[in-house]
Design a protein around this ligand. Structure first.
Ligand code: SF4
Length: 249
């Protein structure tokens, strides 16, 4: 069931203005994030995102490469047993669960004889989400990553970093990332979803930590309404600009 917010209570224009302001400040600070030069295959992004659940980008990338460097096609991966696949992707954690989800997708596509997922390119965003989330183990976040990173749609996936920063920055507050996703889905200003999403994740990894955020050094300090800021100037920041889903090639 969709966790949609009540549209009647939203001042859409004011929220869009705020999103644009934040995107602009982050782009000035970090630059506009580059999308991969080569358009990424929807199935690569789908499997890469399944691998990335509950782990960091570096480990999920290693697991992804373990498959891509050993097998020429996803059809060959579809013939692996759960145990074989689990062992190849174990560096990304939750091997059993992820192997089950990946094989579920691949076995369904094998039956159709078409791994291209090309039909998704012609569907409206909502139908793509419905199609992909029908696979077991594929949620809205994973499906929305395919929309953004492969199909290049103006959709902002919401992971824990995006959910936390969007709340602290006064855009939308919910403990449920799916509810935040639908809020942003309905109001995202044109063309900026990739930049907004990618730079917010970076902000969440480098400054806006779950506890003890580095607010004193944060590029959004002046416009952030979060009441529990940590203004200790000695708080350590981090550096993490590797975005898995723009590097699946
Ligand atoms: S000022 Fe603090 S709470 Fe606000 S976005 Fe920056 S790090 Fe997060």
């Amino acid at each position: 069931m969709q966790q949609r917010p009540d549209a009647g209570q939203i001042d859409t224009k004011a929220v869009q203005k705020r999103i644009l302001k934040i995107e602009s400040l982050l782009s000035r600070f970090y630059g506009v994030p580059k999308q991969s030069a080569k358009r990424q295959h929807p199935l690569d992004v789908l499997i890469g995102t399944i691998l990335s659940q509950n782990t960091n980008d570096k480990n999920s990338y290693k697991a992804f490469l373990n498959l891509k460097e050993r097998y020429e096609t996803w059809d060959e991966v579809a013939d692996l047993s759960s145990r074989q696949l689990e062992s190849l992707i174990k560096i990304a954690g939750l091997g059993k669960q992820k192997a089950k989800a990946i094989l579920g997708v691949l076995h369904t596509l094998k039956e159709t004889g078409d791994y291209s997922l090309n039909h998704l390119r012609k569907l409206p965003d909502k139908e793509v989400l419905d199609y992909l989330t029908a696979f077991e183990g594929v949620g809205v976040k994973t499906a929305s990553c395919v929309l953004l990173f492969s199909l290049r749609k103006n959709v902002c996936p919401v992971d824990t970093h995006v959910n936390r920063t969007v709340a602290r920055l006064g855009i939308y507050s919910s403990s449920n990332p799916e509810k935040t996703f639908w809020f942003l889905f309905d109001i995202m200003p044109d063309t900026i979803a990739h930049s907004f999403h990618t730079n917010l994740i970076r902000l969440g990894r480098e400054y806006c930590f779950p506890t003890n955020p580095a607010c004193a050094q944060c590029p959004l300090l002046k416009i952030c309404p979060y009441e529990e800021k940590n203004l200790d100037e000695n708080t350590k920041t981090r550096f993490n600009d590797f975005m898995l889903l723009d590097n699946l090639h």
